[in-house]
Design a protein around this ligand. Structure first.
Ligand code: ADP
Length: 421
C-alpha cells in the first residue's frame, strides 16, 4: 500500500477530526491508535493519521512516540507529513508543539514549516499571529484556565518561540489574502530572514485552501484539522488522487447494535432521553458497580433484547447525581468504575454478537477502544459535525461511532446507527 499523506495527531479525538476533514475532502483515511508496529498492514488508503496521547506527556516521550509513527508513515509512502494539534494550540512553555515539530523537521531534513491552528468553521481564526476563538482572543476564553495547558497568551509567535530555539516569524494576513503567489514569495522572504516556523494567519476556508496549495512542496505542515482542507487538492492536481471516488465508502457491517454512554454532558443526556423513548435502555449506578454481577446482569438483559433492535446501556447522570457519586467514591474512582464497566460491557456485547456500537464520551470511548484491542479505524461518512462513522481494521470487524462530550444533536444515537455502513 502507498499512502499520500501521513499525519501524527497529539490526541485521539483530534485524529478523528482530522480524518473526518480529509474524508470530506476526498481522501480515504485510516486512523491508527498509538504508533503502529513496523509490520502492521492496513487496507488501501490515501491518508493515515496516527493518534497519539502526546499533548501533555513529557516532551521527550512525545518526540519518541511521534518519530516512531513517522517511521511507519514514511515506509507506507507518505509524501507529506502533517503534525496535527488542537485548534486552540494547547501546549505549555515546555512543549509539546515546539519540541515535536523540531524533531520532525530534523528527521525529514527540512528547515521550514508553518504553524496554523486556524479552523474558521469552528470559530478558530488567526490574525496577525493572534488566535481568536469566535470573537474573543484565546487568552480571554476558558482556555485560560485549562487544568493542563492554560493558554494565557494569544500571540502564537511568542507562544511557539518559548517552545523552540529556532526562529518563529509571521506569515501575515496580507500575503495569505493575496493568494498562492504572494504566500510563496512570503515564504522565500521568511526563509531568507532565518525563520524556521511561520505562524500563518487564516480567517477563512479560502485562506486555508491558499496555504495548502502554496505549501504543497513542504515536507512538513503543522496545524489544526483546518489546514488539511487544502492538501487533498494538491494530490489531485498531480494526478495521484482520483477525483470522484467516494472516500467515505465503508464495507457493510451487519449485526446487532448497542449504545454505551459514559458521558454526562448535556447533549448526551438529551440523546439518552431521545433513544430511551423508543428502545430498551438500562441505567447503571456507579455506586453499585463494585460488584461484577451488575455487568453480568446487564449483559444478560442485553442478550435477551439484541435480536429485536438496538439496546442502550448508560451510566450518564445529571450533575447532582454525578456530584453525589463523586462525593461518596471520589471523582477518580467514580469515573474509573464506570469506565471499567463500559470496557467489560463492550467486550461482553461483542462476544454476544454485537457488531455495531455507538459510544458516548471521550474517556469512555478510549476505555472501550482499548478493551476491544482496536488498532485502527477506517473513517466514513459524517454523522453530525465532527463525528464520523468508522469501521475497525482487523477482527472482529465492527462499525463504530465514537462521540465525545457535547457533540451531536438529540437524535444522534439513532442517526449514528442509520448512518453506519
Ligand atoms: P465527555 O466526552 O462528555 O467528557 P467522558 O467519557 O470523557 O465524557 O467523561 C465522562 C466521565 O464521567 C467518565 O470518566 C465516566 O466514567 C464518568 N461517569 C459517567 N457516569 C458517571 C456517574 N454517574 N457518576 C460519576 N461519574 C460518571
Amino acid at each position: 500500500m502507498t499512502i499520500l499523506l501521513g499525519a501524527v495527531a497529539d490526541d485521539f479525538t483530534g485524529a478523528t477530526d482530522l480524518c473526518n476533514t480529509l474524508v470530506r475532502n476526498g481522501m480515504r483515511a485510516i486512523q491508527l491508535i498509538d504508533p503502529p508496529p513496523p509490520d502492521l498492514a492496513v487496507p488501501e488508503a490515501d491518508a493515515v493519521v496516527v493518534a497519539l496521547k502526546s499533548r501533555t506527556c513529557p516532551a521527550q516521550e512525545a518526540i519518541d512516540l511521534t518519530l516512531r509513527s513517522l517511521d511507519w508513515l514514511r515506509r507506507a509512502g507518505a509524501r507529506q507529513i502533517l503534525f496535527k494539534y488542537c485548534s486552540t494550540f494547547d501546549s505549555t512553555d515546555a512543549g509539546n508543539i515546539g519540541p515535536v515539530a523540531d524533531a520532525l523537521l530534523d528527521a525529514l531534513g527540512a528547515d521550514f514549516t508553518i504553524a496554523c491552528p486556524a479552523f474558521p468553521e469552528t470559530g478558530r481564526t488567526v490574525y496577525r499571529g493572534h488566535l481568536f476563538v469566535g470573537d474573543a482572543l484565546l487568552s480571554d476564553t476558558h482556555m485560560r484556565h485549562h487544568p493542563l495547558t492554560p493558554m494565557t497568551d494569544s500571540n502564537l509567535v511568542r507562544v511557539l518561540q518559548r517552545q523552540t530555539s529556532r526562529t518563529v516569524g509571521l506569515l501575515p494576513y496580507a500575503d495569505v489574502d493575496r493568494g498562492v503567489g504572494a504566500v510563496a514569495a512570503a515564504v522565500v522572504r521568511l526563509r531568507d530572514a532565518g525563520v524556521t516556523y511561520a505562524i500563518a494567519d487564516a480567517l477563512s476556508d479560502q485562506h486555508l485552501l491558499t496555504l495548502g496549495e502554496a505549501l504543497a512542496e513542504l515536507p512538513l505542515i503543522t496545524g489544526g484539522s483546518g489546514i488539511a482542507m487544502g492538501l487533498p487538492e494538491n494530490f489531485r492536481r498531480q494526478g495521484l488522487l482520483q477525483p470522484g471516488t467516494n472516500a467515505a465508502a465503508l464495507p457493510p457491517v451487519p449485526g446487532p447494535a448497542a449504545v454505551l454512554a459514559g458521558s454526562c454532558s448535556a447533549a448526551t443526556l438529551a440523546q439518552i432521553e431521545a433513544m430511551a423513548a423508543h428502545w430498551p435502555a438500562l441505567k447503571l449506578d456507579p455506586m453499585q458497580l463494585d460488584d461484577g454481577q451488575v455487568v453480568v446482569d446487564a449483559l444478560d438483559w442485553a442478550r435477551q433484547r439484541l435480536a429485536a433492535g438496538p439496546v442502550l446501556i448508560y451510566a450518564s447522570a445529571p450533575p447532582a447525581e454525578v456530584a453525589q457519586a463523586q462525593q461518596v467514591l471520589g471523582r477518580e474512582e467514580a469515573g474509573a468504575r464506570v469506565e471499567r464497566a463500559m470496557a467489560a460491557l463492550a467486550r461482553g456485547l461483542v462476544e454476544a454478537g454485537v457488531r455495531r456500537l455507538v459510544i458516548a464520551g471521550g474517556e469512555t470511548s478510549g476505555a472501550v477502544v482499548k478493551a476491544l484491542g482496536i488498532t485502527g479505524l477506517r473513517i466514513g461518512q459524517q454523522i453530525d459535525p465532527g463525528v464520523p462513522c468508522c469501521v475497525t481494521i482487523g477482527t472482529p470487524t465492527l462499525a463504530l461511532a465514537l462521540k465525545s462530550g457535547n457533540f451531536g444533536g438529540p437524535d444522534f444515537f439513532t442517526k449514528a446507527l442509520e448512518t453506519m455502513p
